[in-house]
Design a protein around this ligand. Sequence first.
Ligand SMILES: [Fe+2]
Length: 208
Amino acid sequence: MAVAQQTPINFAVMYATHDAFRRDLQRLAAAVAAGRATAPEVRDGWENFKHQLHVHHTVEDSDLWPRVAAAVTDRPDDQKLLDEMEAEHARLDPALAAVDDGLARNAPDLPARVADLTTLLGDHMRHEESAALPLIQDVCTTKDWDAFRGAMARKQGPKGAAVYFPWITDGQNATERKAFLDTMPGPVKVLNKLFWESSYRKRRMWGI
Ligand SMILES: [Fe+2]
């Protein structure tokens, strides 16, 4: 059953998160190409990437796709799209494990493993952006979207937020930063600027 959409959903947080995944995989590929795969800062960046991806996909699977599924019970094509989203999430696991293993022993084919993961995740995010976000816009309300974002915030918790926000704003230009932060409550922006970004920078993830 399609729900009449009154206010368009703002997907800025989703696009910003996807862009952060793309940025991290570029940094990983650059570090591997430069022979820095075993550097502690690169490992730290990789561990954080995996954590953020796990949180993102776990909460999509538990709190986003079921909301959409409930609205498309009479639309088989849309149900198929949701099945594809979950299947694509699952297909990433072996690609992540292959990079993990390649990093652990600095495998000679590590660049190819990183490239495979980049292709798989890039294809999935493009699919989600081009097909699933328009479907969400069609059948979900801003209340549904806010409930999904609330679940994401609970999964991250306060400690997670202190890393998630500066991880997103890392490397953003002024327009991207504004689009992302404008969707956040005022106190979060202040905490990010005053505390979280400086702690994040000190970690020098990826050696940057
Ligand atoms: Fe996503």
